[in-house]
Design a protein. Sequence first.
Length: 163
Amino acid sequence: MSALLFHPVIILAARLVLGSVFVIAGVEKIANPDAFAKAINNYQLLPYNALNIMALVLPWLEVLAGALLIFGVRLRASSALTAVMLIVFIAAIASAMMRGLSIDCGCFSQGSAASEPVGWKKVAEDIGLLALSLQIFAASWKSEILPFSFEAMRTPLAAQEAQ
């Protein structure tokens, strides 16, 4: 089972799925920071002064982490960053659900047909994405250089086989 979970093609697929989700979500938020700031405010977790900085910084972190995953650069760091973000997202959604807030999750396009309310479906989706993050992190911990990554292209074949 471990061989299947850490198979290079499976890890590549996990990287591409997770990275794409983060890039798409981040780009959509970058395009409309006002709507994203309002979505963050709906959670009622941050002070008003922190909303704008969060709405400006978080989408760029999502795009950066997603792009790093897609291109296979710094996989351990980028998968750890996505895991931390997903844990925060899950906690925020759970908090909103426990407080009975009926709000849009703010995950993708704000105010469009693609937006979804907070709920167990979003928690399950984020847990699935968290599992992908942890799988990539574990694979990068197990082997410093993963196939189909930027590091694999830069490192001579003899050094890769030694690991």
